[in-house]
Design a protein around this ligand. Structure first.
Ligand code: FHN
Length: 615
């Protein structure tokens, strides 16, 4: 379960971790819409605001998300009542699931009329949570409001919701039921919330959008205050019409800051903004699994079990448990999460084919401790991803999940990405001998017996990852801030900056005395790696950034740009202090600068304060 540290404690801890003297309270939220519901006094917005409260790659706040790896997505709404089919007045049938109102051009009154008959009386939160637990899932994200605008909780903001506009028991609250069942089972609960709203009449017109925005803030405050979700999964942020979507990155900045002011412990996805590397805590690839760890952000792949998110009676094209389990292993081996969807029917029941596949996944995870390859595990790092399966890592153990078992006597080759040794190896669930020999660019792993499971057989390798120095005693880099965009003249402020982890966005800046536009910064000092390896340095920047290591320009992104990633590979030596110089300039608009590193033996993270020195 996640920490429920107090908001202030989290903020101060993050501020102290993220900045050195003076410790500034990071993540001060710019004002919510002028007439948004009264909440904790909105923090001062504007110059001096830095929204980067912590580094999602290492924060306590995101730890449960990075460890749990596997969640259940639930698409459940008034659309579920149609079960994927709408019979038009002319007798023709139109098919879709959660998009059925729009794709089948159902008139507003007809859609409201069908919703009035919605009665998910068989929704059983305990059964839903059991299905998740049986699968090995550690968190649940349910649609609280999809594009149709229909709230699945008794919102006071409008009467277009399951309490006020259905045939459902008016004494029930399915989100409250799910919250209790999740808490009782030790499962984290999050809510999906669509920004795009087809029902609210103020949504599409930019002139009336603020009125919708106020109602959206009020609903989100209801959700946070009433059900204490661990995570908010935004959607419907993209530019589109029918109806027009006015949502912008500025809206996203305000909303994200508002929510972090409501609950600093929240985990929020990148669709709170415009689905970019600078929005929220993690990226959200959909119906696909990235081929490698994602640069600059945590990530979670969401996927359907068949071809639809919402329930569609006619869609019986279910993915196999083998495919789904292998997807989970591939996702974990690239430091990603897997959010697998179920769509309850009109009565609120999860389709049996979904339940069956999820249980089969859980059976594999529970068998012989094979779930160790997933829970708490991450990118293998030390080796290249093999063609015969996937490799995840947890501490000094690699888990090779083999999906193509070698012929008798043949070897599984692991290509090393750095110097390390293998102490021992065993097949989970078998006492067969496994020999590991150095071979060419890595190791040959020869199991003596047969595979234990045709979905995947896990070979556990105890490894010595090679020397890793203790954390340093750094305090950060020297930071010179100029109140111009050209690093000209005398710096307005000179101080120590604990880590290069900044999200000033549209309204913020490095200090109250520095305007939100046209400022520049130079950082100098040394960086002290803990391992001798080839590191990948990554900048996330807007507008301009460049990085020198040991006097060599390794990242040159010195032309104004939207938020973007730049990378460089540099050989660093443990214990040595490599000189580093970073220059940054903000012209106008958004302002972001993060400097991360990763290496075969180093997980991706913002370079921590302990490894940065002012000289
Ligand atoms: O339009 C939605 C869709 O209905 C579904 O909710 C997916 C799940 O992430 N998100 C949007 C499509 O990207």
């Amino acid at each position: 379960m996640r920490h429920r540290a107090t908001g202030l404690a989290l903020l101060l801890a993050a501020a102290l971790a993220a900045t050195a003297v003076p410790a500034t309270v990071a993540a001060a939220a710019p004002a919510a819409p002028a007439d948004a519901p009264a909440v904790r006094p909105p923090h001062a917005a504007g110059p001096g605001t830095d929204h980067a409260a912590d580094d999602p790659f290492t924060a306590d706040r995101t730890n449960w998300f990075r460890q749990d790896r596997f969640g259940m997505f639930i698409h459940f709404g008034a659309y579920s009542n149609l079960e994927g089919e709408y019979r038009r007045p002319d007798g023709t049938t139109c098919r879709d699931a959660e998009w059925i109102k729009r794709q089948c051009d159902i008139p507003r009154d007809a859609y409201e009329k069908q919703a009035q008959n919605f009665n998910p009386a068989d929704f059983d939160a305990k059964a839903v949570v059991k299905a998740a637990k049986d699968a090995g899932m550690r968190y649940i994200v349910i649609t609280s409001k999809h594009h149709e605008g229909y709230a699945m909780w008794p919102t006071k903001v409008n009467d277009w919701n399951l309490r006020d506009h259905s045939s459902f028991d008016k004494d029930r609250d399915i989100l409250a039921e799910l919250k209790k069942a999740s808490d009782d089972a030790g499962i984290e609960l999050g809510f999906y919330y669509s920004i795009w709203d087809w029902h609210d009449k103020d949504f599409a017109d930019p002139a009336t959008f603020p009125a919708y925005e106020k109602r959206m803030y009020a609903q989100l405050k209801e959700l946070v205050d009433t059900y204490d979700p661990a995570l908010l999964w935004f959607d419907g942020e993209w530019d589109t019409d029918n109806p027009h979507n006015p949502w912008t990155a500025e809206h996203g900045e305000r909303l994200e800051a508002y929510l972090r002011g409501l609950d600093p412990g929240l985990v929020i996805n990148n669709r709170v903004g415009k689905r970019r590397v600078v929005d929220g805590d993690y990226g959200t690839p959909e119906q696909e699994i990235p081929g490698a760890p994602v640069d600059g952000q945590l990530w979670e792949s969401c996927m359907t079990l068949n071809g639809h998110w919402g329930y569609a009676r006619y869609d019986q094209d279910w993915k196999s448990a083998q495919t789904l389990t292998r997807n989970l292993l591939a996702t974990t081996s690239r430091s990603g999460n897997y959010l697998l969807n179920v769509g309850p029917d009109a009565r609120g029941r999860i389709p049996q084919p979904s339940v069956d596949r999820l249980r089969q996944m859980g059976d594999w995870l529970r068998e012989d401790g094979q779930g160790q390859a997933v829970f708490g595990a991450r990118y293998g790092g030390l080796v290249e991803e093999p063609s015969w399966g996937s490799v995840s890592r947890k501490g000094d153990t690699l888990y090779a999940a083999v999906t193509r078992w070698p012929a008798p006597g043949a070897a599984l080759h692991l290509t090393a990405r750095t110097a390390f040794t293998v102490r021992s190896a065993r097949v989970l669930g078998s006492d067969q001998k496994v020999t590991v020999t150095k071979a060419g660019d890595g190791f040959d792993v020869r199991p003596a017996g047969a595979a234990t499971d045709d979905t995947a057989t896990v070979i556990e390798l105890a490894v010595d990852p090679g020397p890793t120095a203790r954390p340093g005693t750094g305090t950060g880099l020297k930071q010179e801030i100029f109140d111009n965009a050209t690093l000209a003249g005398t710096p307005r402020i000179t101080r120590t900056d604990a880590t290069l982890n900044h999200a000033w966005k549209y309204t913020g800046s490095p200090a109250a005395s520095i305007p939100a536009d046209r400022f520049s910064i130079r950082w100098t000092g040394t960086v002290e790696p803990r391992r001798t390896e080839t590191y990948t340095l990554t900048t996330v920047s807007d507008d301009m950034a460049r990085v020198w290591i040991d006097g060599k320009l390794v990242i040159d992104s010195w032309t104004p740009h939207e938020p973007r990633l730049d990378k460089a590979r540099v050989a660093l030596t443990a214990g040595r202090r490599h000189t580093v110089r970073v220059e940054y300039a903000e012209q106008t608009g958004e302002a972001h600068l993060k400097l991360l590193w990763s290496a075969p033996g180093q997980e991706q993270q913002v370079i921590p304060r302990s490894q940065l020195h002012t000289r």
